[in-house]
Each structure stands twice: as structure tokens, then as C-alpha cells.
Design a protein around this ligand. Structure first.
Ligand code: WT7
Length: 645
């Protein structure tokens, strides 16, 4: 992307913003010069039960220890709901828009309070106690939000698992955090297709066996199996509970949730976020990055199964007393105008989505956007993957009608909330750049030899000091936390992303530098897909890499070696695609399966993934040094049979 396409926002857009460039510079300088004072003040945005006396106590060296506001106590649910009641009991907290356009519902803060108190009492009635892990496997319905907030209220730790994951993947996540409770619905709906959630839970439980109670929300009314000693209908249980449920007093460092995410090796990691720092971070970033003002309707299109849904559908907006829109459906159902129709219908002011959705909609043409009245929309956000210039400009020109700033927000499950993003009005935009660090975020670039780079440079992106929203550990495996994030560069958090910093100090994320791929904004470890493939009897070896994909950002390219005697065939290809969908879920569906009698390996047996990546990218003119390969001829045959041309 050429940096010369600098698009500044129009002056009238600037006038409505919270923060000028000078204020940003000043606040940023203060935030890094004296984090204790800065965050001590910023944390006053929350209601504390017992005020903290210590602010920051963090160490990126040794075993790594991260504590913020460590002697303070508070309750996240009380901050997201109860404390708004005096002023906002009649303001809308949540707007639900169902899969079908004629279904929607509004819930005020007053109603939310009652719903969440009752839901919390249902959880208590099931035996859920402070510190217990509760798995939430739900469609995008309001009960998913109630479930999360109720865990927070009662001190339970939620682990939301995206409804698109398979029973196997769900079972693995239930087991990893030893979760004896599951909350689900009979079925979900996505673009009129039914998702058999309860059936998947039943299957997962038959695999993992540790679940004692499942709470089931009746959503579609579809047929499901029932285990009377284990399954509880929510609508029945809620009938006899009281609407009074005082929030549990939690320490700032008590866990709030676990969210599983993929890394370059091994099984998904349980990213653990805690109470005080996470809520300070999500509420503050929600206000500043989205320039949120009271009364506005905020729509983040992410599913609560991902961190974006946690931080910007639920916790950030509700902590700020915002109106947050919860959308059950998909962008293309009933047709490609759905997003824009919903913006018009609910008078959305701030709209936050992923580049993959924009690319898919852009292909359908401008008429779907132009048919809707988007005059309420004043700010657009992007998240999850680099946004390509074409999509950026379409978003800016067609959706935003050249009057809405675009905030391209870079962050990760691990970071809890936005880390790099423009502050609307304060930051001149450059399409394709997430621009500058948020308050308190100290970035650094390193080369592959571990040397820190200064000024304009390209390298590996790291963060040199802690911020309140940072993950605290990998659930049940602190050594893995230290090893994954803090062993690459000394006393520094390594993000796994490559990045360029330009002359103006703007950051341009170039994508992962590890074996993680980003498919439609969903993060996946190639190792996970490989292990799913090799679990099939017709696969003796597999190597998975990403390749550029017009809509998905990256597609999944799998090199597969069948055992001797097994002939590759179209049937086998289809079977393997189904197999991976069944093992992990539809988001892991391989786009291309390349059968090969062998993989390029060094003499010590290490697969040369660099070569496989280049071939999958259809960029094989410069493969670098292949002289260390055990059998260099493999490369020619791979090139000859490559599938992405
Ligand atoms: C990875 C994190 C952030 C919440 C959703 C994804 C990529 C994320 C951007 C962006 C370029 C981005 C990075 C990052 N990524 N946002 N604005 N520009 N890349 O969270 O699943 O933990 O994935 O998504 O590669 O490391 P996640």
C-alpha cells in the first residue's frame, strides 16, 4: 500500500471528537512516563467496592507476573449493569436483531438488571460457585450476554466457545478448564440454517464426561434429546428464582474469563483475562477509539465466541452505558443488504466489522449499500486482519459516504482490547495502517536476530511493558504463557505479527510471522489442522499453510501425503474436507488439498514450510536455499502440481 494515499477526515468530523492530536500526544506521553498515576486516574471510570492502593505491579522477566490494581475489589457485572440504573434504567442496553429481518428486541438497563439477577440465581441453583468454570456454547441471542454477565456477577469464570466449533473441539475446551457446567441453546440459526448446538453439546459430553449440568435455552424449539438428570430448561428454572442477586465482591486480579485461541503449536490455549484491568481497558478503548458518546447505538458484528464479541459487544459498551447491538445472523442473509438494513432500522451510529465481510459485500456491488439510509452512521471500524486498500476505500467511500472516519484497530485475544488504532479526529488516517498505539502501549520492532529497530523499519512487533487489559496467563499452564510470549525477546511481549513503522511513526501490520493463519478474520493454528488431517487413516503426513484469498484474506492450503497403497482421488479429497470440518468445525475447512508423495524436508527431517508457503502463494521464482533438502526433486513436482495458479 502506498503511503501517499493519506486521507484526512473532514473538518466537521473532527469537531465531534473527544480528543485532539495534541491531547493524544500529551496523554500518551503521560501514560508511559508514569503509568501508576495515569492508570490510577483512568481506573476511576469504574465503580470499585474497595479502592485499590497499588496500580501496576508487573514483571515481563523471570516467570512473568502481571498484576494491576491488585488490592482493589469490584464486580464487572455491577459495573456493566447496576451502576447505570440511577441514570439509565430506561435507556436501551441491548438491541437484538435476529436471523430473520422481522425479529428484533430491545432490552433496557432496568430490564437487563432483572434478567441478569434471575439468570445468576439460576446458575447458583445449578450449583455454580465463585471460581467455577462455565462453558457457554450459544447462538448470538440475548441469553448469551445474560449468561456472560451472570458468570461475572456470581464470580464464575466463563469460557465461551464459538458455536461453529465441532463437538470434538468443544470437548477439548471443556476438559482443558475442567468445566462442569455448560450453557447452550436447542439450536442456533445462521442465514436460515440450523446449528445443532444441543446435539453438539451432547456429543461433546459423551467424549469428555465431566459435565454435571447443562442449562438449555429454548430458541428455535427444534427437537432435541434430553437427559433428565443433567439438562435444565432455562425457561422453567427461571420461573421460581428471585430477582435479587447481589454481585460477588471480586478482587481485581480474580479471573473473569477464559477464551481459547490458536497458536503456532499444540492445542488451543486458554487465554485468561482478569477483572479490573480488563474492564478498565475495554471501557476506555471503547470510549476513545470509537469516540463513543452517551445515547449512541454501537454495533460490533462479531460473535461473542471471539474476543471481539467479549470486549466490544458485551463488556466495553455495557461498562460505558452504551446501546449495544447483538446480531444473530450473517451479512448475506436474506441478501447482501442486511448489514445496511440493520444500520438503518436501528439507527446505528458506530459500526465495527471485519475486512473479510467487507470484501464479500463489496463483490456484490454498491447498490445494496445505496438502498439503505445510512445517515445515522458516523464512524466505521475494522478488525481482525489487515484491511486491503480496495476494501478500505470502498468502506470509506461507499459505506461511509466519505464522511465517516475509519478506525482500523489492531489487537489480539491476548491483549484484551484495542492496542493500535487511530483516535477519530485526532489521528490523520492512512488507509491500511492501524496508525498509532493507544495510551500505555509501548511498541517495539525487532529483527529476526533479536535486535531492536529504531525509526522507520520493518520487523517483528512486540510490546515492551504491560497494559491493564493484558492476558495474565494460559489457564493451567503458566510455563506455556512465559514460553509463548516472553521467550523470544527479553522482558518483552511478542505478538507473533510482522509490522512496518513508517516515518510518521505509523504502524502497518503485515500479518503473522508464525504458523498461525487468519481465515476470514478467524485465527487458526496450522498445526491443529495438520493434526486433524493425520488423524485420518488415509493421511500419513500433512503440512498446512495459508495462501492469499480474495475474500477470506487467507485460505487454507493443505499438502497431504497418503500412505503407500492409498491412491489420491476426488472422493478422498472430499472425505478429508468433511473430516476436518467434523474434527474442528467449518471455519477450518481446507480450501485446497494438494496430494503429494512427499514433503520437502531437511536431512534432519524438518519440513521446510517456507518452501511450501511460497508454492501455495504461487510465488516460487525465488525459493531461497533448497540445498539442505534431503530430496530437492520434490520441489519441482510440487511446483508442477500446485493448486493456486
Ligand atoms: C491476530 C489476532 C483483534 C480481535 C480479533 C482477532 C490479526 C487483528 C488486525 C488489524 C491487521 C490484525 C493479527 C493478530 N489482526 N486485527 N487491524 N490489522 N491484522 O483476534 O483471533 O486473537 O487474532 O489478528 O495477526 O495477531 P485474534
Amino acid at each position: 500500500m502506498s503511503e501517499s494515499i493519506t486521507i484526512g477526515v473532514k473538518p466537521d468530523v473532527k469537531a465531534v471528537t473527544l480528543c485532539t492530536d495534541e491531547q493524544y500526544q500529551e496523554m500518551y506521553a503521560a501514560s508511559v512516563a508514569d503509568p501508576d498515576t495515569f492508570w490510577g486516574e483512568q481506573a476511576q471510570r469504574l465503580d470499585w467496592i474497595k479502592p485499590f492502593t497499588k496500580v501496576k505491579n508487573t514483571d515481563f522477566g523471570g516467570d512473568v507476573s502481571i498484576k494491576w490494581f491488585e488490592d482493589g475489589t469490584l464486580n464487572v457485572c455491577a459495573n456493566c449493569v447496576d451502576r447505570h440504573l440511577p441514570e439509565r434504567a430506561n435507556d436501551v442496553a441491548l438491541i437484538w436483531e435476529g436471523d430473520e429481518p422481522d425479529q428484533s428486541q430491545k432490552v433496557t438497563y432496568g430490564e437487563l438488571y432483572e434478567k441478569v439477577c434471575k439468570f445468576s440465581n439460576v446458575l447458583k441453583g445449578m450449583g455454580v460457585k465463585k471460581g467455577d468454570r462455565v462453558t457457554i456454547y450459544m447462538p448470538m441471542i440475548l441469553e448469551a450476554v445474560y449468561a456472560m454477565l451472570s458468570c461475572a456477577r456470581t464470580g464464575a469464570i466463563h469460557s465461551v466457545v464459538f458455536g461453529g466449533f465441532s463437538p470434538d473441539a468443544l470437548a477439548g475446551r471443556i476438559e482443558d478448564c475442567d468445566s462442569r457446567f455448560v450453557i447452550t441453546a436447542d439450536e442456533g440459526l445462521r442465514g436460515s440454517k440450523k446449528v445443532p448446538l444441543k446435539k453438539n453439546v451432547d456429543e461433546a459430553i459423551s467424549i469428555s464426561g465431566i459435565v454435571e449440568k447443562t442449562l438449555v435455552i429454548k430458541h428455535t424449539g427444534g427437537d432435541i434429546d434430553w437427559a433428565a438428570d443433567r439438562d435444565i430448561w432455562y425457561h422453567e428454572a427461571v420461573e421460581d428464582v428471585s430477582a435479587d442477586c447481589p454481585p460477588e465482591e471480586m478482587n481485581a486480579e480474580d479471573p473473569l474469563f477464559i477464551l481459547y485461541t490458536s497458536g503456532s503449536t499444540g492445542s488451543p490455549k486458554g487465554v485468561l483475562h482478569t477483572t479490573g484491568g480488563y474492564l478498565v481497558w475495554t471501557s476506555m478503548t471503547h470510549q476513545y477509539v470509537f469516540d463513543y458518546k452517551p445515547g449512541e447505538v454501537f454495533w460490533c458484528t462479531a460473535d461473542v465466541g471471539w474476543v471481539t464479541g467479549h470486549s466490544y459487544v458485551v463488556y466495553g459498551p455495557l461498562a460505558n452505558g452504551a446501546t449495544s447491538l447483538v446480531f444473530e445472523g450473517v451479512p448475506t442473509y436474506p441478501d447482501a443488504s442486511r448489514f445496511w438494513q440493520v444500520c438503518e432500522k436501528h439507527k446505528v451510529n458506530i459500526f465495527y466489522t471485519a475486512p473479510t465481510a467487507l470484501r464479500a459485500l463489496m463483490r456484490e456491488g454498491d447498490s445494496y449499500v445505496k438502498a439503505a439510509d445510512l445517515s445515522s452512521v458516523r464512524l466505521l471500524g475494522s478488525v481482525g486482519e489487515p484491511i486491503n486498500p480496495e476494501a478500505w476505500l470502498w468502506y470509506y467511500n461507499v459505506v461511509g459516504q466519505e464522511r465517516c472516519p475509519i478506525v482500523d484497530t489492531w489487537w489480539q485475544t491476548e491483549t484484551g482490547g484495542v492496542m493500535i488504532a487511530p483516535l477519530p479526529g485526532a489521528t490523520p488516517l492512512k488507509p491500511g495502517s492501524a496508525t498509532r498505539p493507544f495510551f500505555g502501549v509501548q511498541l517495539a520492532l525487532f529483527d529476526n536476530e533479536g535486535k531492536k529497530l529504531e525509526g522507520a523499519a520493518s520487523g517483528n512487533l512486540a510490546v515492551t511493558d504491560s497494559w491493564p487489559g493484558q492476558m495474565r496467563t494460559v489457564y493451567g499452564d503458566h510455563a506455556r504463557f512465559q514460553q509463548t510470549y516472553f521467550s523470544t525477546y527479553k522482558n518483552t511481549y511478542f505478538t507473533g505479527d510482522g509490522c512496518r513503522r513508517d516515518e510518521d511513526g505509523y504502524y502497518w501490520i503485515t500479518g503473522r510471522v508464525d504458523d498461525v493463519i487468519n481465515v476470514s478474520g478467524h485465527r487458526m493454528g496450522t498445526a491443529e489442522i495438520e493434526s486433524a488431517l493425520v488423524a485420518h487413516e488415509a493421511v500419513s503426513e500433512a503440512a498446512v499453510v495459508g495462501y492469499p484469498h480474495d475474500v477470506k484474506g487467507q485460505g487454507i492450503y493443505a499438502y497431504v501425503t497418503p500412505p503407500v497403497g492409498v491412491e489420491p482421488s476426488e472422493e478422498l479429497r472430499k472425505e478429508l474436507v468433511q473430516w476436518v470440518r467434523h474434527e474442528i468445525g467449518p471455519i477450518a475447512t481446507p480450501d485446497l488439498i494438494h496430494f503429494t508423495p512427499g514433503l520437502p524436508k531437511t536431512r534432519s527431517g524438518k519440513i521446510m514450510r517456507r518452501i511450501l508457503r511460497k508454492i501455495a502463494e504461487n510465488e516460487f521464482s525465488n525459493l531461497g536455499d533448497t540445498s539442505t533438502l534431503a530430496d530437492p526433486s520434490i520441489v519441482d513436482s510440487l511446483i508442477e502440481k500446485r493448486l493456486n495458479r
